[in-house]
Write a new protein. Structure first.
Length: 325
């Protein structure tokens, strides 16, 4: 997310565009901090655009008797009435001295002319769109670790996203905690250690270890998954996806993950990880692995008397396939 400079945020108008709540809250806090660098006594006032009238908005931004500086935050401007939208646009043409107006708009089509008018009036722009792609969340975690003073690796960052999920607040908290607990070096082993029992209960975690040939870790993760109730079919699907991914990457043309992402329909980090695993798989091994996951699919859907055993056997059979030459 591109960040405006401190000088830009010294503008009397700030447009926070997007609806990723963590980023929105950080943008608002940044605008307030910048204002308080100029004057520590800056007052913060906040309101929802849907909960105020034009008169109440005028009261929020009106010059005070003693000209106390303030930051006025108006959230959800995209939901505002025509009257409030008009009041915001009118104000942007003649801001009150000593007042910083921060307007949050989700960036959608509703009340778009309001956002456009604020931009035209010279508002500093802070973009806070939702991070919907895996690669964006990975970049976010990497940035969080660096901002906290740590260093990391691509595998470790991917492991954090696998362990925590897509919620940015949880990802930010995990990144910060890992930097604090490890002394700054966040590698994959640290992630697995601190998220044990969470990072290792997904089918995809089992799949990653099985495809990499780490049978003890894969079986341990599988037992964790079974212990917390992960559905057998989800683990089986993850194993099949892992083998298919390695097979697709093995047959792809040369190139890095970013170059092949569009062609293979996968995020770059997944391609790079699969390419590392593919070095240890032969064509014969992948063919056998395809048979294993196909048989497993039927087994976990009712053909096997013991689905737990079928999954464990599949992990072991995949390790044997990986050794075929």
């Amino acid at each position: 997310m591109p960040s405006p400079t401190v000088d830009a945020l010294s503008s009397p108008l700030v447009l926070v565009l997007g609806d990723e709540q963590l980023l929105v809250d950080r943008a608002v806090s940044t605008a307030v901090k910048v204002a308080r660098r100029a004057d520590p006594d800056v007052e913060r006032r906040e309101a929802l655009a849907t909960a105020i009238s034009p008169v109440e908005f005028e009261d929020l931004v009106a010059p005070s008797l003693f000209a106390e500086p303030r930051v006025v935050v108006i959230r959800q401007a995209h939901e505002s009435s025509k009257e409030i939208a008009a009041a915001l646009v009118d104000y942007s043409g003649d801001p009150v001295e000593g007042v910083v107006l921060v307007v949050q708009h989700n960036g959608g089509a509703r009340n778009k002319p309001l956002a456009d008018a604020l931009r035209k009036a010279g508002a500093a722009l802070m973009t806070c769109a939702k991070l919907t792609k895996p690669a964006e969340r990975i970049d976010f975690v990497r940035h969080e670790i660096r901002s906290a003073g740590g260093t990391t690796t691509p595998d470790a960052v991917a492991a954090i996203v696998d362990a925590v999920g897509s919620d940015l607040r949880e990802l930010a908290a995990a990144a910060s905690q890992l930097v604090a607990d490890t002394g700054g070096l966040v590698d994959e082993s640290a992630v697995r250690r601190y998220h044990r029992g969470r990072a290792e209960v997904t089918g995809f975690a089992v799949s990653d270890m099985a495809v990499a040939g780490d049978v003890p870790a894969a079986l341990e993760a599988l037992r964790w998954a079974m212990g917390v109730g992960v559905a057998h079919v989800l683990v089986a699907d993850a194993l099949a996806d892992g083998i298919r991914t390695v097979a697709r990457v093995s047959g792809a043309r040369p190139g890095n993950g970013f170059a092949l992402a569009g062609e293979l329909g996968m995020p770059p980090w997944k391609i790079d990880r699969a390419r590392t695993a593919a070095r240890y798989w032969t064509e014969a091994g992948l063919a056998r692995a395809m048979e294993v996951v196909a048989d497993l699919n039927g087994a976990v859907k009712g053909l096997a008397a013991d689905a737990d055993y079928a999954l464990e056997k599949a992990v072991i059979d995949l390790s044997r396939a990986r050794r075929l030459r």
